[in-house]
Design a protein around this ligand. Structure first.
Ligand SMILES: *Cc1c(COP(=O)(O)O)cnc(C)c1O
Length: 334
């Protein structure tokens, strides 16, 4: 927590159009520390999507609160605002929408709902560094925005790291204490905290890589546009954000009932694909204690059965994307 961390916090806060940024050890810690600083814990409920990376929900459980799963919409695959509204109870203490695949969640609706019921929004922006909705950065919509710098993310360190952004100076102060054993000044420990430091060396790498994030994201959007143009007429669903969104395209995902067949066909043509994620949250063994069952979140279950991530990263060449597109077109011609 030296000069590089301090400077990276300043630069990342300003990049996200936020007043404060607090470096932490991972994206999971970012969500956990944000919830802790907001006073969320035992006896509270926190709304999270039923289809996301498991760490989103792990962080909620680790805070002591109970995750309340909300089904996703069929368009951007994010927390469906109407279902979120129906899931609010007097115990609801926070909402954690996820910008899955780098596609901005419908933040206007979700923030309006949160404001109406007076609960803070903690954005899981771990897949959405540099995404925007209208002119506002993802991460700046909620009370707090949480980022991961795991090496595969749009902004990745050479190891683990994370960041929490906010406009609230008091909350930033709380989070700064919690990441450092609850320390206040040198020798006073004023609350219970963790060891969740962002490493000085990672911060130095991240400062350099922040400088090329916009370029990388622009290239991702260019490649995504090619995919959308090349695949738009096929019987595939392509998750899409609202028209005023500028997605970060952490992943480029298509959805089809013939997912496993398509994936095997592409593998036979030497094209690697992955599934993010093959199980919805409620069907993961770790979350069985929540008591949900198969059928509870039909959109999440359908997504888990149908999504396939196609190759996408800034260094991918136009020609390579065209090859993937023609392989997929050949699959549908068979
Ligand atoms: C990567 C990721 C996380 C966890 O971040 P770590 O740095 O690996 O702890 C949380 N949520 C989402 C959506 C992610 O993609």
């Amino acid at each position: 927590m030296g000069e590089e961390v301090r400077l990276f916090e300043e630069e990342f806060a300003s990049y996200c159009q936020c007043g404060y940024a607090v470096g932490v050890a991972s994206g999971t810690d970012a969500i956990l520390i944000a919830l802790k600083a907001l006073g969320v814990g035992e006896g509270d409920e926190v709304l999270v999507p039923a289809f996301t990376a498991p760490p989103t929900v792990m962080a909620v459980v680790l805070s002591g609160a109970r995750p309340v799963l909300v089904d996703i919409d069929q368009k951007a695959f994010s927390m469906e605002p109407a279902i979120a509204g129906d899931s609010i109870t007097p115990r609801t203490a926070a909402m954690v929408p996820v910008h899955l695949y780098g596609l901005p969640a419908p933040m206007e609706e979700l923030c309006r709902l949160a404001q109406r019921v007076q609960v803070p929004v903690v954005e899981d922006a771990c897949q959405a560094h540099g995404a925007k909705l209208g002119s506002k950065s993802i991460g700046a919509w909620g009370k707090v925005g949480c980022f991961s710098f795991y090496p595969t993310k749009n902004l990745g360190a050479l190891g683990d790291g994370g960041m929490i952004v906010t406009d609230d100076p008091e909350l930033a102060g709380e989070m700064t204490k919690i990441r450092d054993y609850g320390r206040e000044g040198r020798d006073i420990f004023s609350k219970i905290g963790f060891n969740s430091r962002l490493d000085e060396l990672q911060a130095a790498f991240l400062r350099v890589k922040l400088g090329v994030l916009e370029k990388g994201n622009a290239r991702r959007r260019e490649l995504a546009k090619r995919y959308i143009q090349g695949l738009g007429d096929l019987p595939l669903r392509i998750p899409q954000a609202e028209p005023e969104a500028q997605p970060a395209y952490h992943l480029f995902v298509v959805a089809t009932r013939r997912r496993d067949e398509l994936s095997a066909y592409l593998a036979s043509r030497n094209i690697e694909t992955l599934v993010h994620y093959p199980y919805p949250i409620h069907l993961q063994p770790a979350f069985a204690f929540l008591g949900y069952k198969k059928g509870d979140f039909p959109n999440a279950e359908r997504a888990a059965a149908e999504v396939l991530s196609l190759p996408l990263y800034p260094e991918l060449e136009d020609q390579e994307v065209e090859e993937v597109i023609s392989a997929i077109r050949d699959f549908y011609k068979q």
